[in-house]
Write a protein that binds this ligand. Structure first.
Ligand code: 15L
Length: 273
């Protein structure tokens, strides 16, 4: 059984993923604050901003699923600490400890300034919609460098929004169910074809604005489609900001506050900060 490390394991995405992957891998979880373990998991507390911590937790793992970091728009100092320094530490610690496979949770916000009437693939030029989006682009660039320079196999998932159901109109396009996310992550861990890849972490949504052929090439066959929730979601949708409505990134294109611009409260890695 492969040993995998999941950082940011206590966050919303981490919790869904760990439940879905239980029994499939030997899972080491990590977060900045203590996390309740599922059966079979081991826990190591670590701050992504500390190289010492990252060197300690990346020892002896086959694959590293890096979810840890600041997960929404925020002040530059926090983004710098968690997502720039933290992301560098994650890749570099993995390299020094010989971790072959690195899965990076990037985000739709790396390309959030594309318009909603555009279909984009994994090769489009980056268009981050926030400092947070810029930090995700940094993580993708680190992956490209570590793949080309050191032969690390890197799988960057531009995740939409993970949940048991889509929560608003924008999320009808970018929603990913927990089981589809788990399938994508398993491909990232196990596919022999992975070199440096960018894929979209979305279900098979009818309203998707992504051409996800790179994920399909690697074997991704999403089982869920947000359309079955569309009627209910649209019935409760309120008129949004006209500028935000134009762009794929939604409220992130104009967010200048530190709160999560998503309407639901989600717990994220480093949320204990
Ligand atoms: C993200 O990247 C965030 O981590 C998550 O909290 C959501 O806001 C999501 O994007 C989204 O766009 O819905």
């Amino acid at each position: 059984m492969k040993k995998i490390l999941i950082t940011g394991a206590g966050g919303g995405v981490g919790q869904h993923l760990r439940r879905e992957l239980a029994g499939k891998y030997d899972i080491r979880i990590s977060d900045i604050a203590p996390v309740r373990k599922n059966p079979g998991e081991s826990f190591m507390k670590a701050d992504v901003a500390s190289m010492k911590d990252m060197l300690r937790i990346t020892k002896g793992v086959d694959a590293f699923v890096h979810l840890g970091g600041y997960s929404v728009e925020g002040p530059w100092e926090d983004i710098l600490d968690a997502n720039i320094v933290g992301c560098y530490n994650a890749y570099e610690a993995a390299r020094r400890n010989g971790v072959k496979r690195f899965l990076f949770a990037t985000s739709n916000h790396a390309v959030g300034f594309y318009r909603r009437d555009e279909v984009i693939d994994h090769k489009v030029y980056i268009k981050p919609d926030s400092r947070y989006g810029v930090s995700k682009v940094f993580g993708e660039a680190m992956g490209s460098l570590y793949s080309d320079k050191y032969g690390m196999e890197v799988f960057c998932m531009r995740i939409g929004n993970v949940g048991t159901e889509p929560i608003d109109k924008r999320r009808l396009a970018i929603w990913i169910s927990p089981r589809d996310l788990a399938q994508l992550v398993s491909i990232g861990i196990d596919s022999p074809k992975v070199r440096f890849e960018i894929v979209y972490g979305v279900s098979n949504n009818k309203r998707s604005w992504y051409d996800n052929r790179n994920a399909k090439r690697l074997g991704y066959k999403p089982q869920d489609n947000s359309e079955r929730f569309a009627k209910a979601v649209l019935a409760r949708e309120q008129a949004g900001d006209p500028r935000a409505e134009q762009f794929q990134g939604g409220a992130f294109v104009k967010a200048e506050q530190i709160e999560n611009p998503t309407p639901v409260v989600q717990r994220h890695a480093r949320s204990s900060k």
